[in-house]
Design a protein around this ligand. Sequence first.
Ligand code: ARG
Length: 471
Amino acid sequence: MQYFSGRFKEKASNLILDFHSTINFEERLAYYDIMGSIAHVRGLGKQGIVSNDEATLIEKTLREILEDIENKKIKLLVEYEDIHMNVEKNLIDRIGDIGKKLHTGRSRNDQTAVDLKLYLKDEIKKIQSYLIETIEILNNIAKENKKTFMPGFTHLQKAQPICFSHYVLGYIEMFKRDYKRLENAFNMMNVCPLGSAALAGTSYPLDMEYTSELLGFERPVWNSLDGVSDRDHVMELISALSIIMVHLSRFCEEIIIYCSNDFGYLEMSDAFSTGSSIMPQKKNPDAAELIRGKSGRVFGDLMGILTTMKGIPLAYNKDMQEDKEAVFDALDTVKSCFSVFNGMIKTMKPNKKRMLEACQSGFINATDVADYLTNKGMSFRDAYKIVGSIVSDCIDKDKSLEEMNLEEYKNFSDLFEEDIYNEINIENCVEKRTTKGGPAEKSISLHIEDVEKFLKKEIEILKNYKLNDIF
Ligand code: ARG
């Protein structure tokens, strides 16, 4: 039995039924589909389009159907194509003609748009919770490592000394922006398409404000064509998820580098590492590699949906059901990456000694020598040139800047005095950089305080957000 009987004389081929069915991957929408249907039928009852008794019976039966789907008592069938038709078929099987009234004044086109938005809104909150956990872990690391000095890099060449707190606080800022991007995506999609029907609204006197409010949206859509054909929210969300994956991937790339034998700045816990089948000494950062690798599939999901959407005329076209696998995959991937990432960063240990040792080579305090001369009256450009020659001399002599004696310094400029050694001491180099957002303890502490304020505020907001709940 196929739902679109009537106009058709021949039965649909099993090939097309399988090909266009979404039911095998959208069971997760069942809850939201029934939520949308309950709002719709309440609206129909309120407006006298169905009687109150009919509305009550439909709602009661829909709740029973949901329970049966959740308890796996209902088999969702490919021949009913999608979640909407499967639910409706079960409804009609149970209450007959009254069940046939549910679809009055609506289409699967507005149903699928509503279901997906309800689902995505909840998922956004879940990803935001992961981000909060990540930021909390990193902020704790930042609190403990204000004096863990390490090289900062540009071009992956040692550049200037920083501290480990400064490094992780950089990522905290990226994750805070990710959090806000999700917030924006949430707010942007918070508009209810129910009532758009197939594309042109409906002649039934629906109360769209009422159903929109019941479903927790800010307002109904302004245009029914847009209501059913807008998938901006899918593209926007996967874009935000892609940027999250870029951040996770960059961080993972650095974790991999910092865990390598030659760097040794970080020690990954055994629980998040893996061994080799042949090399007994190996401890590999597979988890970090896999997160880095999985960024590719999320970008793929984004490219897929962008490409699918770019040539679709208004309003609904079947192409658009490709939205679901893309966004489900992106969400599932990001959630699984976060759970592993958070466990991994919580248990990894900075090797303070190695990090400090690494600051002793590579002339990472060369800028400070130039600043020293500048502070004594020389122009920065002249100082820069002199220090370049000093570094070259150091290389020839296989010495560090700390190992040059005062006489050697004086060969380059009379301005050098004994206090140069204080200036190039690694801790002092870091502590001098007190600009806002810099690595000095003073700046770090201010930043940490600000992160704490952010966390306090957002945790409160998240706590008060109620995931979609069938009213
Ligand atoms: N399963 C469809 C989707 O996911 C629902 C809408 C179907 N509408 C239609 N006119 N065929 O997009």
